[in-house]
Design a protein around this ligand. Structure first.
Ligand code: DQA
Length: 150
């Protein structure tokens, strides 16, 4: 059962520019359009969804800290902070809930500096390379993980 399970989807820097940002890599859907689809998927799966984006590293850290007792699972696309931010890794390590790392693009098929992700060091699993559909896949995975917990 996943009813009443809370899922927090966090998006990092430049993801507010989806739609105009390198559409050949990230696709043409805006973050607003992705959110709409993800909301429909959450409703279908009986999950309660919070969906946020920020360009600020410290804001992501604060949101992750605040999530400690407020959500059952986090999905995070930390954007470029995935490759640089020990602070975000440290915040995620405070959590005792499953973490799904998400990227629209296949970071392993891109520049070498994208191959390392600090988020991966604490992620339950990683979804990357499926474009906007990855958000729905992450929610499906979330529902599966949470149903196995009960
Ligand atoms: C990204 C991949 C990152 O390398 C990049 O910096 C992003 C987006 C993705 O969703 O594919 O901002 O996380």
């Amino acid at each position: 059962m996943t009813a009443n399970k809370r899922i927090l989807v966090l998006n990092g820097p430049n993801l507010n520019m989806l739609g105009v940002r390198e559409p050949d890599i990230y696709g043409s859907a805006t973050l607003g359009e992705i959110e709409k689809t993800v909301r429909a998927t959450a409703t279908k799966l009986g999950l309660e969804l919070t969906f946020k984006q920020t360009n600020l590293e410290g804001e992501l850290v604060s949101w992750i800290q605040n999530a400690r007792f407020q959500t059952e699972l986090i999905v995070i696309n930390a954007g470029a902070f995935s490759h640089t931010s020990i602070a975000i890794l440290d915040a995620l390590q405070l959590l005792e809930i499953p973490i799904i790392e998400l990227h629209l693009s296949n970071i392993f098929a891109r520049e070498e500096f994208r191959h390392n992700s600090y988020i991966s060091k604490c992620a339950t699993g990683v979804i990357c390379g499926f474009g906007a559909a990855g958000y729905n896949l992450a929610l499906e995975a979330a529902a599966q993980i949470l149903s196995e917990q009960d």
